[in-house]
Design a protein around this ligand. Structure first.
Ligand SMILES: NC(=O)C1=CN([C@@H]2O[C@H](COP(=O)(O)OP(=O)(O)OC[C@H]3O[C@@H](n4cnc5c(N)ncnc54)[C@H](O)[C@@H]3O)[C@@H](O)[C@H]2O)C=CC1
Ligand SMILES: O=C(O)[C@@H]1CCC=N1
Length: 269
């Protein structure tokens, strides 16, 4: 972390995900003067952060370069960061799909690189990020990433890169599925006569509260579900619909996760 402070962090591509992480890091005490952001269209927020260096690559190798552009843009930015390849700078990428081999082709296999899959709840310190390093990333590199990413939520280390697309399909994209659950639960309540704002408030608090309970409780989600479900009661009737083997959540989410992974595989080509 001291190295990050003195030699600096360069963020290339700081949109929704990069900004969510940077917000968390700054809130956790990372000095803006240690951070350089390369952004063709810097947001009003980025421009407002006092002391942050914008759009001026440092002359000397920073401690870390974080790559936060879209996978489709990644090939365009590699020539700009290749000057820091070779070992002095640790690269951290959050892009979906692109394999470690893509970065090694541009930066060389001796360049330490950590591939990460964060998610946007990082903005409020409730993210979860999975990481995996290349052959050149040593324990200290993984530790640094774990500490940095740990400032915006939980961190898990993967056994291998082959797990990364499944992680992206579960926790990287997962917040979008949950936001859609909130939207559709509220819409169903509205269709049954609740005022829109009340239906949304009920749905948000229910998903937030159930998520927090699932995380904090010693019980499994399946046990927590049973606690809500009275025999012969109302929940059981709804669950008959949601747990239908053909049309319920399980086959639907399985298909959604598979579609997500298929896209990651396409992006890797
Ligand atoms: N949004 C999410 O929930 C998550 C996103 N990711 C990954 O994060 C990356 C960024 O995604 P988002 O933040 O959602 O997209 P975004 O579009 O909000 O951010 C990308 C940023 O890159 C900037 N950019 C474009 N060309 C550039 C260049 N040549 N040099 C520097 N910056 C450039 C854009 O102006 C934009 O601000 C993607 O690779 C995505 O796979 C990973 C996990 C979750
Ligand atoms: O939609 C995407 O491609 C990115 C990866 C995970 C979440 N957002």
């Amino acid at each position: 972390m001291t190295d990050l402070k003195t030699r600096g962090l360069v963020i290339v591509g700081c949109g929704k995900m990069g900004s969510a992480m940077l917000k968390g890091w700054l809130a956790n005490g990372l000095a803006p003067s240690s951070v350089t952001v390369i952004a063709p269209r810097p947001s009003a927020w980025l421009q407002s952060v006092e002391g942050l260096r914008l759009n001026a690559m440092p002359d000397t190798p920073p401690a870390m370069v974080m790559l936060g552009v879209k996978p489709q843009i990644m090939p365009d930015v590699m020539p700009d960061v290749a000057r820091f390849a070779g070992g002095q700078t640790l690269f951290l990428t959050v892009a979906a799909g692109l394999p470690i081999a893509f970065y090694e082709a541009a930066l060389g296999a001796r360049t330490p690189l950590v591939r990460a899959m964060p998610n946007t709840p990082s903005a409020i310190g409730r993210g979860i990020t999975a990481i995996v390093g290349n052959g050149a990333a040593d324990e200290a590199d993984l530790d640094l990433c774990e500490r940095l990413l740990g400032a915006v939520g939980q961190v898990v280390r993967l056994e291998g890169e082959s797990q990364m697309n499944a992680v992206a399909a579960v926790s990287g994209s997962g917040p979008a599925y949950v936001f859609h659950l909130i939207e559709t639960l509220a819409a169903a309540g509205e269709a049954e006569g609740l005022p829109a704002d009340m239906a949304l408030k009920l749905a948000k608090a229910t998903v937030g509260g159930a998520g927090a309970l699932a995380e904090e409780s010693d019980m499994l989600p399946s046990e927590l579900r049973v606690q809500v479900t009275s025999k012969g009661g109302t929940t059981a009737e709804a669950l008959k619909v949601l747990m239908d083997a053909q049309t319920g959540f399980a086959p639907l989410l399985k298909r959604a996760v598979r579609a997500n992974i298929n896209r990651s595989e396409e992006l890797a080509k």
